[in-house]
Design a protein around this ligand. Sequence first.
Ligand code: PRX
Length: 658
Amino acid sequence: MVDRNGWGREHPVLTGSPRSPPSSFVEQANVSEPGIYEEFEAEWPECWEQAAELLSWDETYDTVLEDGEAPFYEWFAGGKLNASYNCLDRHLEAGRKNHAAIRWEGKQGERRTYTYRDLYVEVNEFAAALRDLGVEEDDVVTIYLPMIPELPIAMLACARIGAPHSVVFAGLSADALVTRMDAADSEYLLTCDGYYRRGDAFNQKSKADNARLKLEQNVRTVVVDRLGEDLPHVLGDEEYDYHDLRAEFSGETVEPVSRDAEDMLFLMYTSGTTGEPKGVVHSTGGYLAHVAWTSHAVLDVKPEDTYWCAADIGWITGHSYIVYGPLALGTTSVMYEGTPDYPDRDRLWEIVDRNAVDVFYTAPTAIRAFMKWGEEYPAEHDLSSLRLLGSVGEPISPRPWNWYYEHIGNEECPVVDTWWQTETGAVTISTLPAVDEMKPGAAGPGLPGIDVRVVDAAGEPVDSGDTGYLTIARPWPGMARTLYDGDDRFRAEYWERFSDPDADEWRYFSGDAARIDEDGYVTVLGRVDDVINVAGRRLSTMEIESAITDVAGVAEAAVVGRSSETNGTDIYAYVSTEGGYDDETVVREAIVDNIEAAIGPIARPEAVVFTPELPKTRSGKIMRRLLEDVANGEELGDTSALRNPEIVGEIQAEIDDE
Ligand code: PRX
């Protein structure tokens, strides 16, 4: 991990007055016994069998937890199951074939409903097609699709034949796709011709084409025709049309492959502390059990609900809580394509109203935007179907929390602020909505069975109210099993810092700073490593820096986050140029273009600040922490350790001019 010369920016996050769950909610909740915490504690790790029991196993497991090779834990070892069987077949067998599985709301106002049977048929057909293309068990299939139904269908088709999927967010660039396919040695790609961006056709296939040109391996590509005549495309060598393949395999069924609980269900690339994204490996049994259990216990999802997680399946939230969790429970999962403000700012409330959504789960960035747009948009719609609200992805401060509670939930729905990560697989910190008081601004305690500890640099628990590092002291079923890039990196990234292998004491380090109160409620303050969270999306400052320093004329770059009302964090880039490059406008444009090419538009900086030099310590390290303070307009501490303290004033002046 890079030394940021300090850690844990103190955000002035205060918790609001506690609220109790409404009794109408408690009476009907899936989990309402306060004793569940003690029960999990007393029976750990066997308590997690409650999660495994939500699934159908082909063969039951021999042990709940194998911890002999820590930190490479195994959950439900010896058990066998198939994730697509759990999300589809068993609901058909239970007589629920005509129950809606996915309600899709397209960007142009299109709507499609898939019953469990519809989904089963299409998943089977595509699974047969994948096999025919040569996909074998354990081959990684990359999926580069926007929020269209073919995305979850393809994921389940992969799961059915035991081929791990690696979904790459559709908004990432061709180069980002290359990095991920290359790292995973993936020879199969599913993409589409394009998608609509605010009504305009946007070409996705050309990005996929560019990526394929750069990849060494031969890549068989399936293309979904999303735009029809709005964006004609031509299929080249080794390219297949999704709809033609379905027609070819119409009505075929594929026996779900019985997978070991520990077999990889999918890979998900996420930003880490180096320029290289990390391929997080998730298991089949533990992951599915954990997402199903948290959908049941935290989101209170019931089979008869209409449930809506308004995230993108291109990130972990969508994997766990649009696809695997809700479908394993047999509920109706709403999936929407587009943005909350197109065609109008009431889009989401119109969807809640029309579908009579029971449970709604979104990110603080969206909530802050709703708050800014005004309460008149939700007020136009009947939101009385809502029973529970969730928040995920970033800290939510009390003001937006209260706004969400009042204007969306009408003070009748508990709000769960769920903390988790790509690596944790499923929710790990949250209140249980029928059991715990809510404290706006604090996510809550560790879930039953999750041993959360906020510790100081020496690994000792901090006093309540103090800031420390957020760690987890025991394993949990949904945890990442390793990194695709190797076990060593897994150990180094998450375990080395706070574990004591000689004493066989293992601590997972999340990379977040947090405070813990006297009731064990955790307020997450943000990252302490080189990851920044922009509008709920996780980006690596080093990856952005390396895209900047690739630009001709750039000498050095440092990227930091600046607190933002809307995005949570905005990207600030400080750049020094080489002699001879005076035209900052040209360099600035080249920098922005290169970031978009290397990562995607989501990593566009809010500001590029040119400076003759970056502030450095005497040993030559860039003082990113100081630059962060400057970007945030905060008072600067002691700058005497700097080799070039005079530069700070110049940078401040530059920012003030922006
Ligand atoms: O910093 C934390 C923040 O998001 C990071 C994980 O990002 P990612 O792997 O992309 O997963 C996002 C969705 C699960 C965490 O390290 N984060 C996530 N949820 C919360 C949060 N910060 C505060 N409160 C949360 N509820």
